[in-house]
Ligand binder design. Structure first.
Ligand SMILES: [Zn+2]
Ligand SMILES: [Zn+2]
Length: 731
């Protein structure tokens, strides 16, 4: 995308020349890549939290000036943070000083054009070095941190881009403090200190950790290398080995759905911050940054980490490669607006949970309980009836961890596309499964989307393979895969705010949704905020609620409820001792005054939802449910194949995605050994589904066999090991 200021200057040239032909040559000249761009990153005083960045530019042809710009936000988080506010000591010089040598470069004038842009005049020089420092002291998936323990950066918050040259290849050189080691998702060798990136967008897609004491464990699946890098600031309680093993299970479950990923290696960059504050997860093409606020030994941290892993790894496909059209390349001078975050983030939430079940880290009951909680969350939010999933996506810059200096009414008006999209994903999945009698599913929709827009579309930009999809593209593909017209569904539940058809969806799988009054049925319409020194501060008040009727406001501090103080633990318990029609005296502090009022309770306000078994669930419905939760289709409900767990399947790979990973060429078609270690069904193999193509001839596949019987049944084939593929097998 073109920076606005540059568009204006181009327009001026156009007017003066008033020749169209000159316009095109000027436009071409200006978008021509610069000669070379090298970023150097050092950190000589970690305790200062100042990253030292220099950008060396070799011009291919003379230019009057270059604009260096700090992004307003960075991909994956939609709130605007204005990273330029942490830049200091911006300087420009002519020439490129050889690294680590003293040289005296002459300075070049710098004009601060606007809050995010620095313009450097070349004064005829074809080589420039600019340097600046960036303050970074936040351990996060968006910001950066440099301190005595480590440097952990997300490139968007520290590296400027050169306006109009975001598409140019860039080199990065990092000089770590003595004894600190560098790791990121694009390591080609250990001790690596230099990287080449095809463009700036990929430079900032590569979060990097630099510290003396991180650990790394590896595993391989389908020939791909996975690295689990952990930097712990607290006690691990001996849980790390199990964590790596469970991450491996998640990767297996997700690659069974999507097929073998296209990268060679992928890195989980995990911090256990042990500060009770920092927490995040951020997706990238070949890595993820995961930050847990606790220590690994703490209760619940292990489970939270796996939940984040499951979500972020799903993004390898959904959002990083299969992406809404607005998600890359980006214009970093304004927030991104996309209609598709209920797919990109919401479906990832849904599958993040479902994959924990399919990886057998959760039971059916755990998964259904988690989805029940999301239903309770969405159906209790006042914004549910005001804001659609699509609108929620569009206002992501307001609701994705956005800081608000001004008080807002978002608690009453907004919903998040995460839980809303999660429920749309689940309900849509069940409707497709139910209406197609298990023939199709949302899994199939997502795989078709990935194939059509990522693998098969021609590249729409320099940034990444394929093209982004529109929500209309999704509606079309979903309807095609399901072989049913879903336009009514999309209109009512995605573009409008109707309650999702839970009963219909759960009915297909012999379940139903129960709505019941919560054990603590009253909040009086108050959302408390206990994160203040004053104590029980009213964070938000629901419109039309008993609290609003009693004159209570955002910011009031509750001093007493019926004469007694309230705490985080007892607030709702105290209130819920009362019933409809009861009058409860409140004293609040407002503007240094004590204000007395009385809340009159109405009908119960708080409800909870549970997904439960239907008494009349049929065998077919139970079979559909099993296929949904396990991810394994079984035609005609034939049950198992006589295979035992760990038997490992022999099958014919299909000729679609991933065949090359088996060492097969296109047209070879694949005879391969399915991945071991999971139930045969989990390999995605089904009797009768698999066919062998040799040349143009399509033959019926032999049956699947337990691996122990395979060689005796088909003695012509030599099987070196269970991971191998065999080219051009002879029968
Ligand atoms: Zn670290
Ligand atoms: Zn996400």
């Amino acid at each position: 995308m073109v920076h606005l200021a540059t568009q204006k200057s181009r327009f001026a040239i156009l007017v003066i020349a008033s020749l169209l032909i000159l316009w095109s040559s000027v436009a071409l000249a200006q978008t021509k890549p610069l000669g070379e761009i090298t970023y150097r990153l050092s950190m000589s005083r970690p305790v200062s939290h100042l990253f030292e960045v220099s950008i060396e530019v070799q011009l291919a042809e003379p230019l009057e000036s270059l604009d260096f710009q700090m992004a307003r936000w960075s991909p994956g988080r939609y709130a605007v943070f204005d990273f330029a506010k942490n830049v200091e000591e911006f300087r420009a010089s002519a020439g490129i000083c050889p690294p680590k040598s003293l040289c005296d470069l002459s300075t070049r004038p710098v004009l601060r054009v606007d809050d995010q842009t620095w313009r450097v005049s070349t004064l005829g020089s074809d080589r420039l070095t600019i340097s600046y420092k960036v303050f970074g002291n936040d351990l996060s998936g968006t910001f950066s941190q440099l301190d005595a323990r480590h440097a952990n950066y997300n490139g968007g918050s520290i590296f400027m881009y050169i306006v109009d040259h975001k598409a140019d290849p860039v080199k990065l050189m990092i000089e770590p403090p003595a004894g600190w080691r560098i790791v990121n998702g694009r390591m080609e060798k250990s001790e690596q200190r230099e990287w080449l990136f095809p463009n700036w967008d990929l430079l900032i897609d590569t979060p990097t950790e630099i510290a003396p004491d991180w650990t790394k464990e590896d595993f391989q699946i389908d020939g791909k290398n996975y690295h689990v890098v952990v930097h712990s600031f607290g006690n691990e309680g001996g849980k790390r080995a199990a964590l790596v093993r469970d991450i491996e299970r998640i990767v297996r479950a997700e690659t069974i759905l999507w097929g073998i990923p296209e990268f060679d290696s992928y890195t989980f960059l995990i911090h256990f911050a042990a500060d009770d504050v920092s927490g995040d997860g951020m997706e990238h093409l070949t890595s993820t940054q995961i930050i847990e606020p606790g220590a690994l030994a703490d209760s619940g941290v292990y489970e939270d980490t796996l939940g984040t892993v499951s979500h972020e790894f799903f993004h390898v496909w959904n959002v990083k490669r299969l992406r809404p059209v607005e998600l890359g390349p980006w214009d970093f001078t304004r927030p991104a607006n996309t209609r598709g975050l209920w797919i990109a983030e919401g479906f990832t939430n849904y599958y993040g949970h479902l994959m924990l079940r399919r990886a057998e880290l959760w039971t059916d009951a755990q998964f259904l309980r988690r989805e029940s909680q999301t239903i309770t969350q969405i159906e209790s939010a006042p914004g549910t009836r005001l804001m659609s999933a699509e609108e929620s996506s569009l206002v992501a810059p307001f609701i994705d961890d956005a800081p608000h200096a001004q008080r807002t009414d978002l608690a009453n008006t907004a919903i998040s596309y995460y839980p809303k999209g999660e429920l749309i994903g689940m309900v849509l999945d069940l409707l497709i499964r139910g209406r197609s009698n298990g023939r199709a599913s949302l899994d199939d929709v997502m795989k078709r989307m990935y194939e059509e827009f990522y693998l098969r579309s021609s590249n729409s930009s320099y940034y990444l393979r394929g093209r982004g999809y529109t929500t209309d593209d999704f509606f079309r593909v979903a309807s095609e895969v399901a072989a049913i017209d879903l336009s009514d569904f999309f209109k009512r539940y995605i573009r409008e705010v109707e309650t999702l058809p839970y009963d219909q969806a759960f009915g297909y799988i012999g379940l139903r949704l129960v709505r019941e009054v919560a054990p603590e049925p009253y909040d009086a319409g108050i959302v408390m905020d206990f994160g203040h020194a004053e104590g029980a501060v009213i964070g938000d008040v629901r419109h039309g609620s008993p609290a609003e009727n009693a004159g209570l406001e955002q910011g009031d501090v509750i001093l007493s409820l019926a004469g007694r103080s309230v705490t985080q633990d007892n607030w709702m318990k105290r209130l819920s001792r009362y019933k409809q029609g009861n009058e409860i005296p409140f004293v609040v502090k407002r503007d240094r005054q004590n204000v007395r009022t009385t809340i009159v309770l109405g009908a119960p306000e708080r409800f909870q939802y549970r997904i439960v078994e239907r008494d009349d669930a049929t065998a077919e419905q139970k079979e559909l449910r099993r296929a949904w939760l396990s991810g394994v289709k079984e035609k005609g409900g034939k049950g198992n194949l006589g295979l035992r767990s760990g038997d490992c399947g022999v099958g014919i790979a299909d000729c679609g995605v991933g065949i090359a990973e088996w060492g097969l060429r296109s047209g070879d078609c694949g005879l391969g050994i399915a991945d071991c270690g999971l139930e045969i069904g989990d390999c995605g193999l089904e009797i009768g589904d698999w066919q062998l193509e040799l040349g143009k001839k399509t033959e019926r596949l032999f049956h699947l066999l337990p691996s122990s019987n395979f060689q005796s049944a088909i003695p012509q084939l030599a099987i070196p090991n269970s991971q191998s593929a065999i080219r051009n097998p002879q029968f």
